[in-house]
Design a protein around this ligand. Structure first.
Ligand SMILES: Cc1cc2nc3c(=O)[nH]c(=O)nc-3n(C[C@H](O)[C@H](O)[C@H](O)COP(=O)(O)OP(=O)(O)OC[C@H]3O[C@@H](n4cnc5c(N)ncnc54)[C@H](O)[C@@H]3O)c2cc1C
Length: 429
C-alpha cells in the first residue's frame, strides 16, 4: 500500500489546485514544494485571467490577495526615442466572466496553498524532489532528501525547468527558441500616483501594458508593465536563442527599458523592492510532452501550457485549469482502480474539451511566426514612429499629402514583405 493516494510536486499555480481537488474528494495527498514558503521564488509578470480560478474557487474575488482589476490595456511599439501606443479601455473588461487582476506571487501562492491545506492536503516545504521512484515503467513515488515516499499517482507541477519530466514521460529538454528568459522588478510607488499615471478611476483598478521593439533591442520578446496596488511590476521576456545572439545582456536591456521616454515617467520616484528572473515556456502546442504516463500526470509549465502572443501573456490561467482537471482525473482513476496511462487518459480528454488544449492548438503557429518574423521587433517600431512623425510633427515646412509621406516608409520594408508578415501574423492567431 502506498504512503499517499497522490503526491503533488511543486506548489505554484497548478500544484495547489490539483491538491485541492484531490483532498476535497477525500483522498490523501502530499504536496512537496522546494521553496521554504510557497511563492518565495515564483515569478510571473503578474496578470491573472481569473476565469479558471473562479471555476475552482467561486469566492476568490473576496478572499484572494488580488492587486488591481485590469481595466485598461495598452500595447506600444517602441523605437529608441519614441513610442506608438494602442490604448484600449472597455467597460466589458469589468465583467465578472472576463475579469483579470494583477497579482504578486509572493502573496498569491501562499493563499492558493492555504486553500489546498484547508481542504486536507499535507505540505512539506523547503525540500526538492530529486527523483521519481519507479517500478518498471510505472511511477510509484518520489525521493526527496533522504525520504522515499510512495503514492498511487504523482502529479508533476514543478514548472518550466523540470528535472523530473524526463523521468516521468521521457520529455526532452526544451530547445533555446522555445524557452524565454524573463526578468522582473517590482517598483514601489504610492497607490494614487499609480492610479493617476495609468489613467484609471480608482486605486483598485489598473492597467496592463506590453511593449515590442526597443526593450529587447529588436530581439524576439517584449517588455511588460502591470500595476499593483502600491507598486508596478516591470520586466522583459527574451527567448534564450535570441539572448545568445544579443550583444546587450538582459540586465542592460532592463535598465535601458526603464530609461525609455515612454516608460521613465511611469516609474519616476519609485523604489525597486524586488528583482527576479525565471524561464518562460514559449514552444506552445508542438513542444508539449506526453501529459500522462503510468502513475503520473503533468500540469502547467512543466507541460509547456503557456502562450505569449505579444498582446497577452497567459500561463497562470492554463496552469490553474490544468491543475483542476489533473486533480479530478486522478480522483476518477483512483475510484476506477486504474492509474495506468490508459486509466489517466481522462485528463487529456478533459483538457481537449477545455480552453487549455483548444487555445494552445489554435495558437500553435505563433511561436514559429515570432521566431521567423524578426522585422516585427527590429523594423516595425521605427516604421510606426516615422509614420506618426509624418502625421503629427508640425514644424512649418510644407506638408506632403499623406500618401506621399507614408508610401516611401512602407517601401523601406517592401509592400510585399509587409503584406506577407501581416498575413502570416493573422494566420498564426
Ligand atoms: C517574467 C514572467 C512573466 C509572466 N507573466 C505572466 C502573466 O502576466 N500572466 C500569466 O498568466 N502568466 C505569466 N507568466 C507565466 C506563469 O508565471 C506560469 O505559466 C505559471 O506560473 C505556471 O504555473 P506552474 O504551477 O506550472 O509553475 P510555477 O508557478 O513555476 O510553480 C512550480 C513550482 O514547483 C516548485 N518546484 C520546482 N521543482 C521542484 C522540485 N524538484 N521539488 C519540489 N518543488 C519544485 C517551484 O518552487 C514552484 O513553486 C509569466 C512568467 C514569467 C517568468
Amino acid at each position: 500500500m502506498s504512503d499517499f493516494d497522490v503526491i503533488v510536486v511543486g506548489s505554484g499555480m497548478a500544484g495547489p489546485v490539483a491538491a485541492y481537488e484531490v483532498a476535497k474528494a477525500g483522498r490523501s495527498v502530499l504536496v512537496v514544494e522546494r521553496g521554504e514558503s510557497c511563492g518565495a521564488k515564483n515569478v510571473s509578470g503578474g496578470r491573472l485571467y481569473t476565469h479558471s480560478l473562479r471555476a475552482v474557487f467561486p469566492d476568490f474575488a473576496t478572499d484572494a490577495p488580488l492587486e488591481r482589476r485590469i481595466v485598461r490595456e495598452r500595447i506600444s511599439l517602441l523605437a529608441p526615442d519614441a513610442g506608438v501606443t494602442l490604448d484600449y479601455a472597455d467597460e466589458r473588461l469589468r465583467d465578472v466572466g472576463c475579469a483579470s487582476y494583477s497579482v504578486l506571487r509572493a502573496r498569491f501562492d501562499p493563499w492558493l496553498a492555504a486553500r489546498a491545506e484547508a481542504a486536507g492536503a499535507e505540505y512539506i516545504n523547503g525540500i526538492a524532489v530529486e527523483a521519481l521512484l519507479r517500478d518498471g515503467p510505472r511511477v510509484t513515488g518520489v525521493r526527496a532528501g533522504d525520504d522515499e515516499i510512495t503514492a498511487d499517482v504523482v502529479i508533476l507541477s514543478d514548472g518550466v525547468n523540470s528535472l523530473l519530466a524526463d523521468q516521468a514521460v521521457g520529455a526532452i529538454r526544451p530547445k533555446p527558441a522555445t524557452v524565454a528568459v524573463g526578468i522582473k522588478q517590482v517598483i514601489e510607488l504610492p497607490a494614487p500616483v499609480i492610479t493617476d499615471r495609468v489613467l484609471v478611476a480608482s486605486d483598485t483598478e489598473g492597467a496592463a501594458w506590453l511593449f515590442v521593439g526597443d526593450p529587447t533591442k529588436g530581439h524576439v520578446g517584449g517588455g511588460f508593465v502591470y500595476t499593483n496596488r502600491d507598486s508596478i511590476s516591470l520586466g522583459l521576456v527574451v527567448t534564450v536563442a535570441d539572448l545568445a545572439r544579443s550583444e546587450t545582456p538582459i540586465y542592460q536591456m532592463l535598465e535601458d527599458f526603464k530609461r525609455h521616454p515612454v516608460v521613465a515617467p511611469l516609474i519616476a520616484g519609485g523604489k525597486v523592492v524586488e528583482h527576479a528572473g525565471h524561464l518562460v515556456p514559449e514552444g506552445g502546442f508542438d513542444a508539449m510532452p506526453p501529459l500522462a504516463g503510468d502513475g503520473v500526470v503533468l500540469a502547467g509549465d512543466v507541460a509547456m501550457m503557456c502562450v505569449n502572443i505579444g498582446y497577452t501573456v497567459r500561463g497562470m490561467d492554463f496552469a490553474i485549469a490544468a491543475g483542476m482537471h489533473a486533480g479530478r482525473a486522478v480522483v476518477a482513476a483512483l475510484a476506477a482502480g486504474d492509474t495506468s496511462a490508459a486509466g489517466l487518459a481522462g485528463y487529456r480528454q478533459a483538457l481537449e474539451s477545455s480552453f487549455v488544449l483548444r487555445d494552445l492548438r489554435t495558437l500553435r503557429r505563433f511561436p514559429d511566426f515570432m521566431e521567423h518574423t524578426t522585422r516585427l521587433f527590429e523594423k516595425y517600431p521605427a516604421l510606426a514612429r516615422d509614420a506618426m512623425r509624418e502625421l503629427f510633427v508640425v514644424d512649418g515646412t510644407p506638408i506632403k499629402p499623406v500618401r506621399k509621406s507614408l508610401l516611401p516608409l512602407v517601401k523601406q520594408v517592401g509592400v510585399l514583405k509587409l503584406g506577407k508578415d501581416l498575413w502570416r501574423g493573422v494566420r498564426a492567431l
